[in-house]
Design a protein around this ligand. Structure first.
Ligand SMILES: Cc1cc2nc3c(=O)[nH]c(=O)nc-3n(C[C@H](O)[C@H](O)[C@H](O)COP(=O)(O)OP(=O)(O)OC[C@H]3O[C@@H](n4cnc5c(N)ncnc54)[C@H](O)[C@@H]3O)c2cc1C
Length: 318
C-alpha cells in the first residue's frame, strides 16, 4: 500500500485523542504512517505524538495565527506536505474541523473523499460509511491517485506503539489569497469538553423546555467530566448553539456513555450517536421510541432524575 498520512487536529494546543485512534488504526495497514501537524515552533508535538506509532512527524511550520486558523490555507499547506512526502492516502476525523478541512484537501487534490468512515480497505479500494440516517452501512468503492477519509471520531482507540518517529520540517509558501479572515476563537460549551472527544455525553432535547434548563445537564456533565449535546429541536428553538447538535445533520459522536434526556429517539438523532458504548435514556413517556434502542432507561421526569444523579455523584466524590 502507498504511504498514509494523518491530519493532526488540535484543541487548545493539545493533540486530540480521537485522531490518535486513527493513527493506531493505520498501523494495521502495515505501511509507513506520516502525521501532518501545524505548529509554530519545531518540536512542539514530538513528545506527544512520539508514542503512538507514527513513522514520520511532518511539522508544518506556520508562525502567524491567522494562517493557522484559516481552513483553506491549512488545506493548501497539507497538500504541499503530501506532495513533498509522497503520501497518497490522507486520514482525519469527521469532526467539525475535519469536515472543514478534509473536503477542501480532497478538492485541491481531485481526490476521492469518504466521510464518517468506520473502515477503509486500501487493497480492495473500499470504505465503509453509514447511510440513510445510520440505518444501513454503505460500502463505497474509491479510485484515483489520491484518497481522503474522515473517520468517525473515537471509533478507534489510541494504542501506544514502540516506534521512535523521524521528524521532518516543512515551511510552506503561504499567502492569504482567500476571503477568510480569522477573528477569534469562542468556546461555546460551558464544560469545555469537546463532543467528539468526550467519553461521556449528556444530551437534551425538547423535554428541556428552554435554554436555561440545560444547566441541569451541564451540572451532571461536570460531575462526569463529560460534554453536553442536544437534539435538533433544542438547537432549532435557539436554546443551545448548533455546535452541540448530535445527529444526521449535526455532529457524529462515539462516547463510552451517552445519556439522552427528554429526547424521543428519532432516526436522525440516532444517526449521530448509535455507535455509543452504552446508551441511557431518561424520558417521562414509557412508550418513547428511544427505549427500544437503548441499553438502560429510566421512566420519569428528567428535572427530578438528573439533579438527583448529580447530587449522588457529588456525594460519592466527597
Ligand atoms: C433531514 C432531517 C435531519 C435531521 N437531523 C437531526 C439531527 O441531526 N439531530 C436531531 O436530533 N434531530 C434531527 N432531525 C429532527 C428529528 O427528526 C426529530 O424531530 C428530533 O430529533 C426530535 O427531537 P427531540 O427528541 O428533542 O424532540 P421530541 O421528538 O419532541 O421528543 C421530546 C421527548 O421529551 C420527552 N419529555 C418531555 N418532557 C420531559 C421531562 N420533563 N422529562 C423526561 N422526558 C420528557 C417526551 O416524552 C419526548 O419523548 C432531523 C430531521 C430531518 C427531517
Amino acid at each position: 500500500m502507498d504511504r498514509s498520512g494523518v491530519f493532526i487536529e488540535q484543541t487548545e494546543g493539545d493533540v486530540k485523542q480521537s485522531v490518535l485512534g486513527v493513527v493506531s488504526y493505520l498501523r494495521s495497514f502495515k505501511a509507513p504512517v506520516y502525521a501532518f501537524v501545524i505548529c509554530d515552533t519545531p518540536g512542539t508535538f514530538v513528545k506527544e505524538l512520539g508514542k503512538w506509532g507514527i513513522d514520520t512527524i511532518v511539522e508544518i511550520q506556520v508562525t502567524d495565527t491567522e494562517s493557522r486558523m484559516n481552513p483553506q490555507l491549512v488545506s493548501e499547506m497539507v497538500v504541499q506536505a503530501m506532495y513533498r512526502t509522497g503520501v497518497k492516502y490522507l486520514f482525519g476525523t469527521s469532526s467539525a474541523e475535519g469536515r472543514d478541512v478534509l473536503p477542501r484537501i480532497a478538492a485541491l487534490l481531485e481526490a476521492s473523499l469518504v466521510m464518517d468512515c468506520t473502515k477503509v480497505d486500501p487493497k480492495e479500494g473500499t470504505a465503509v460509511t453509514s447511510n440513510y440516517s445510520g440505518k444501513t452501512e454503505a460500502q463505497i468503492k474509491f479510485s484515483g491517485r489520491f484518497h481522503v477519509f474522515g473517520m468517525r471520531p473515537n471509533y478507534y482507540k489510541p494504542v501506544m506503539a514502540d516506534i521512535t518517529p523521524e521528524t521532518m520540517e516543512i515551511r510552506p509558501e503561504i499567502e492569504n489569497h482567500t476571503g477568510i479572515r480569522f477573528q477569534e476563537v469562542v468556546d461555546s460549551a460551558r464544560t469545555g469538553v469537546d463532543l467528539t472527544e468526550a467519553d461521556v455525553i449528556v444530551s437534551g432535547g425538547r423535554g428541556l423546555k428552554n435554554g436555561e434548563n440545560f444547566s441541569v445537564l451541564f451540572d451532571l456533565a461536570e460531575e462526569l467530566n463529560g460534554a453536553v449535546g442536544a437534539s435538533r429541536v433544542a438547537v432549532d428553538e435557539g436554546w443551545v448553539p448548533y455546535t452541540m447538535q448530535v445527529g444526521q445533520t449535526g455532529v457524529k459522536v462515539n462516547p463510552k456513555v451517552y445519556i439522552a434526556c427528554g429526547i424521543s429517539g428519532s432516526v436522525q438523532h440516532f444517526a449521530g450517536m448509535k455507535t455509543s458504548g452504552i446508551i441511557i435514556a431518561i424520558n417521562e413517556d414509557e412508550n418513547a421510541p428511544i427505549f427500544q434502542n437503548c441499553d438502560y432507561y429510566v421512566v420519569g421526569d428528567l428535572f427530578e432524575i438528573v439533579p438527583h444523579l448529580t447530587r449522588k455523584l457529588k456525594q460519592a466524590a466527597q
